[in-house]
Design a protein around this ligand. Sequence first.
Ligand SMILES: Cc1ncc(C[n+]2csc(CCOP(=O)(O)OP(=O)(O)O)c2C)c(N)n1
Length: 515
Amino acid sequence: MNGAESLVRTLVASGVEVCFANPGTSEMHFVAALDRVDGIRAVLGLFEGAVTGMADGYGRMAEKPACTLLHLGPGLANGLANLHNARRAATPLVNIVGDHATYHAQYDAPLASDIMGFARPVSAWVHSSPSALTVAADGARAVQAALSPPGQIATLILPADTAWNEAEGEARALPRPQASEVSDEAVYRAVAALKNGKKTTILIRGAALKERGLRAAGRIAAKSGARLACDTFTPRLQRGAGRVAVNRIPYFAEQIVEFFADTEQLILVGAKPPVSFFAYPGKPSWGLPQGCIIHYLAHAHEDGTGALEALAEALGAPAEPAHIAPLKKPDGIADKFDQYTIGQVIARHLPEGAIISDEGATSGAGTTLATATAAPHDHLSLTGGSIGQGIPLATGAAVAAPGSKVVCVHGDGGAMYTLQALWTQAREKLDVTTVIFANRSYAILNIELARVGAGNPGPKALSMLDLHNPELDWTKLAGGLGVEASRATNIKDFESQFAAAMRGKGPRLIEAVLG
Ligand SMILES: Cc1ncc(C[n+]2csc(CCOP(=O)(O)OP(=O)(O)O)c2C)c(N)n1
């Protein structure tokens, strides 16, 4: 058995089931090994930004490490933006990055680069295997590092000779690290805080935003009156009918300040104190009012769900949570074509257990609003602000959850970054419906241009934010990538196209022309 096969066998033994790949010459032994080992699915992406985004979507839904296979420094570098988003999402992810054979490094061949340098800023764990004899053990360590709570990125560099040289065999899987329990003191502090009469917000992030954690949070709210909140952009939020609804922090700096204006104390569960996305001249970056007290019930690496349950018990909270969202699907949708009516159509037809990949940008609010009382679903958002995540994220989520309908809502500007993932949806026959908000604009940047006080924009500045001339034709783009597509210019057509997509199976794209 060569090093590559020992690594693939070790990854499978460690629970890795899918490898999202865009390989090159130095990864050929790894690619060949994929056929010799059962239990690993290989999914090709036509650009590394698509590959890493798919791995992120897979990891968020499967809660198992996705593995990527990337081609030396340039392949990794092409994938960095979505690795940045994955790092912000705390997604468990293992990158395998091929490299030149160890003895070839001295010649500085054209593809040689500082792979470690590319990997470090996004990786919690980076290692280059020195020998075929260590590759398997290094692979087991990479998976363990990726699974270290709350989830992180591990990058294993695989020089070509460590892949092709003879290995001793696969390595045993290492124990999966578990989120640690919070201390009794942390729970007692939170109990005392919730009884001190101060106005309290509980800000939750991570796995505690799934049904179990939310129920416990809803019980705490029922007993204490504390407000429940989540960040503007959460890796995965379970919401919709029957789930405890949490208040999403708004996006802009002054809205955040207003949101927290009367919060006297903040209890953090896996979250960080709220700050604005960008700094703006003369506006605050820090979201909390002066004097607001911060308590940590659970840090990000701790078991936030268990902590909320312990707190609910310690408070003597009732069994029934507050703020359970009812099932209320929109009826009487107005004959207008905008993000709000589109969101209502999506909410009306969204099947139970669906997954929404949300990179709707300035058009996303309509869907978020309307789906609050739609059938229960998972909501995945753009965690690191690096646009071009939504389509790959949806693709990876569909690989992880083959029984679920995936709906991707996307700005047309961001969607152009990684539309290659549509091809993977077609090839893998994934059940994803993509809605493109074709406003023909970088609309958010038009808003930001005014907000940052950059002065009166001239025609050159405005042309940098405009996507007319030429207009993108999403039906042709998707069709060319093998995905059936249609265009809607009014809400009736949109509804019939979206309803058909929800009834059917397989990849579909609808271009909603808004601009
Ligand atoms: C990788 C990366 N490049 C550039 C940006 C800057 N940026 C933020 S939003 C945006 C345009 C988004 O346009 P679109 O997806 O069409 O949404 P809209 O603003 O029109 O709603 C750009 C270019 C970014 N956030 N990330």
